[in-house]
Design a protein around this ligand. Structure first.
Ligand code: BGC
Length: 270
């Protein structure tokens, strides 16, 4: 076996929800690491094209593909188009996600269903489609020790309950056990499945929480490391989980959160 490296040359990655935020940074980082990247988006074509151009400008290869990840047929087509364009698929980053916040007593069923549909069902559909391909192809030891790598974008809210966001927290808690179950189910067929749990990362999804000095001051009280995360903090962790440097890691939740999950309110003894 060759020595494991971070280099992803020759591999193909699909990143969902990659027109902005964590997905965009992840697509660029995977491109820089040598993977050819399918940049999935829904609606924001300009954003996705900007990501594609950035990857190309850095010497990589990428294409933008529109699909609603909560739609079974659209996901099948998304994966098929990626494989058609690049001949294979080795890395899935199931990242697309959204928030539709409301106090539980006034949350509509539509908002519950949309969040579960995109964040949880959408990740399942993408995982299922990628796994089918990984199993059919099997390992290619010259490219990677695993037959396929899946990174599910979870959140600190897979363990931190979140008042006013019950649909979102439920979706992330669901992702945790979905990821662990898939990791258990497919480990013997050399498919690795892991999750990243970002804390507060500066992206459009949570601009309200860091966009003003007052909000930022309040948010920083929850982050012992003393800064809001950048999308690249997450993207770097994705590249590691996608590479053979993490080959013995599967079923893991990697918290990229500046210690947000370490009960900061107990820092001074509680
Ligand atoms: C949410 C953000 C939030 C962060 C920390 C993320 O999963 O999408 O809105 O700032 O968790 O609470």
């Amino acid at each position: 076996m060759p020595k494991p490296v971070l280099d992803l040359s020759g591999q193909v990655a699909l990143v969902t929800g990659a027109s902005s935020g964590i997905g965009a940074a992840t697509a660029k980082a995977l491109g820089e690491a040598g993977a050819r990247v399918a940049v999935n988006y829904r609606g924001d074509r300009d954003g996705a094209e900007r990501v594609v151009r950035a990857i190309e400008a850095a010497g990589g290869e990428a294409l933008a593909v529109e699909a609603d990840v909560s739609d079974e047929n659209a996901v099948a087509e998304l994966v098929a188009r990626t494989i058609q364009a690049y001949g294979d698929l080795h890395i899935l980053v199931a990242n697309a996600g959204l928030q539709k916040d409301a106090p539980a007593e006034s949350m509509t069923l539509a908002d519950w269903n949309t969040v579960i549909g995109v964040n949880l069902t959408g990740q399942f559909l993408c995982c299922r489609e990628a796994i089918r391909h990984f199993l059919e192809r099997g390992p290619q030891p010259s490219l990677s020790r695993a037959a396929g790598k899946i990174i599910c974008m979870s959140s600190v809210h897979q363990v931190i309950p979140w008042a006013g966001h019950v649909n979102y927290a439920a979706s992330k808690g669901g992702i945790m056990l979905m990821m662990q179950t898939l990791a258990q189910e497919f480990a013997n067929r050399k498919v690795r499945v892991n999750a990243i749990c970002p804390g507060a990362i500066k992206t459009p999804i949570n601009k309200e929480a860091w966009g003003t000095p007052e909000a930022l001051e309040k948010l920083l009280r929850l982050i012992p490391y003393g800064r809001v995360g950048e999308p690249e903090d997450v993207a770097n962790a994705v590249v590691w989980l996608a590479s053979d440097l993490s080959d013995y890691v599967t079923g893991a939740s990697l918290f990229v959160d500046g210690a947000m999950t370490l009960y900061p309110e107990f820092r001074d003894g509680g």
